[in-house]
Design a protein around this ligand. Structure first.
Ligand code: HEM
Ligand SMILES: Nc1nc2c(c(=O)[nH]1)N[C@H]1C(S)=C(S)[C@@H](COP(=O)(O)O)O[C@H]1N2
Ligand SMILES: [Mo]
Length: 419
């Protein structure tokens, strides 16, 4: 019995020795001067700020699509959502190489031995694992969404929303846990003149992972911090340049990475869902088409001829897709508030707007009175000087300032006051 126990003890000890040596070797092989605490801190700060930008712009998108009743909404500036959502998608895309670089910069820590030194370190490592997993998943889901690839049965918006809170919660916790390292870094590298310089003259070994002297890395394994940061910055910049054109017109000639080129489409405007895909090829061109408008006092049915005979307004407003692209256009039609006033609706009335499209998430929109009362919110009949193309929502669609594209309902059939 005792022999067995001794055998077990010796096997365990040999095994743990072996694991320790393997881990040490892995750590050495992946250790380069580029991978120092300073690199990790610099990259961490940039990724952290980008995450917060994504979080803030994402929350704004969420609020516009699912506004809490108590929250006042502001349709102006009309281009705000183009900018916030364009920034969201662009920051998210540019973050991909930075996120990977941040992971690379702390990679040896994954082989830290022993992995856990106590309950606090267990908590810290668990939160780091959740942070890494949630960040990668969040970014991957975002990229899949703008590529319009939905292989999952779950709702993208809900999962992306929940993951965003997890990521931000973990970042706050992560910063709290790393505070001693961060403070230590600033103490060791004071920025006052005459003190120790930030960048040592010769490459030094990572503070976190001293190499075993027996196995120095080969020349090829040594990457300088400057070269590493340059490569990461260049990749992020290239991505921003190649995708930025979907939001910022000056960059459009370079738009090779975005799923939409904003100037490609009928009437100089892209299309996300065609009339055929929406199943409205017949109903939209039917001579018996009418727009039903239901108010608290009365209801009216407007034929296309009757809508055209009403006073027309012309406005310049963008389509700002949640997927990040946006495009300015000139719209003409009847102000929505005039139609609702005609059926006895007050200025505080909200409305439900329904499309001829029967299936799909975008066939119904709720519009709050803040948007209805904006004089630029139209039941649009014309786009860029011609009647709406069938794919742009013929015979009539909604266009309103400051709203995400998904809420700019095409192929209208019914507008009813809800409250
Ligand atoms: C490559 C990276 C990313 C891309 C391409 C991306 C893309 C998108 C898109 C297309 C939407 C609109 C979804 C819709 O309304 O249908 C969205 C919403 C959102 N995103 Fe991202 N995203 C990325 C990264 C992030 C990150 C890192 C965060 C947070 C830390 C974040 C937080 C949000 C939030 C909170 C929303 C609102 C969700 C909702 O409406 O409920 N996103 N994102
Ligand atoms: N009925 C209906 N309206 C819709 C959609 C839709 O799928 N069905 N797509 C929306 C989305 S996601 C966008 S970005 C805009 C695009 O308008 P456009 O195709 O005229 O550019 O229409 C919106 N209106
Ligand atoms: Mo969209």
């Amino acid at each position: 019995m005792r022999v067995l126990a001794e055998d077990m003890a010796s096997i365990t000890s040999r095994l743990s020795d072996r694991v320790e040596r393997t881990v040490e070797r892995a750590r050495t092989r992946t250790s380069t001067p580029g991978r120092r605490t300073r690199t990790a801190v610099v990259l961490g700060r940039i990724v952290g700020v980008m995450m917060l930008v994504c979080f803030a712009t994402g929350l704004y998108s969420h609020v516009l699509q699912s506004p809490p009743g108590w929250l006042p909404l502001f349709p102006r500036p009309a281009q705000l959502y183009s900018i916030t959502q364009g920034t969201h998608v662009l920051t998210g895309l540019a973050m991909v190489p930075l996120l990977l670089a941040k992971l690379w910069s702390v990679y040896p820590r994954l082989f830290q031995w022993p992995p856990i030194t106590g309950p606090l370190s267990a908590l810290a490592r668990m939160s780091t694992a959740v942070l890494v997993g949630a960040s990668l998943l969040e970014v991957a889901l975002g990229v899949m969404n703008i590529a319009q690839w939905y292989p999952f049965p779950f709702s993208f918006r809900r999962v992306h929303f929940v993951l965003a809170w997890i990521v931000v919660g973990c970042i706050l916790f992560h910063v709290a846990v790393k505070l001693p390292t961060i403070i230590g870094f600033w103490r060791r590298h004071p920025s006052s003149p005459g003190e120790e310089p930030d960048v040592p003259a010769r490459p030094t070994w990572p503070e976190q992972a001293p190499p075993s002297p027996a196995e120095p890395p080969t020349k090829a394994e040594v990457v300088s911090r400057r070269a590493a940061l340059f490569a990461v910055g260049a990749s992020a910049g290239t991505i921003a340049l190649l995708a930025g054109g979907q939001t910022f017109p000056a960059l459009e000639p370079l738009t090779f990475l975005a799923p939409r080129r904003p100037s490609v489409g009928p009437q100089d405007l892209p299309i996300n869902r065609t009339a055929r895909e929406a199943g409205v090829l017949e109903t939209a061109v039917s001579p018996s088409w009418q727009l039903q408008v239901l108010g608290p006092g009365s209801e009216e049915a407007f034929t296309l001829g009757r809508l055209r005979d009403l006073p027309q307004h012309t406005v310049c407003l963008p389509i700002s897709c949640v997927e990040g692209w946006s495009r300015m256009a000139e719209w003409s039609g009847v102000p929505l508030r005039n139609l609702l006033a005609a059926v006895g609706a007050g200025t505080a009335a909200d409305a439900r707007i329904t499309s001829l499209q029967v299936r799909g998430a975008f066939s119904v929109t709720l519009m709050r009175h803040e948007y209805i009362q904006d004089p630029a919110t139209l039941v649009a009949l014309m786009l860029n000087g011609a009647p709406l193309d069938l794919d742009h929502g013929y015979p009539a669609r909604i266009i309103a300032p400051g709203r995400p594209g998904v809420l700019q309902t095409k192929w209208l059939s019914r507008i009813e006051v809800t409250a």
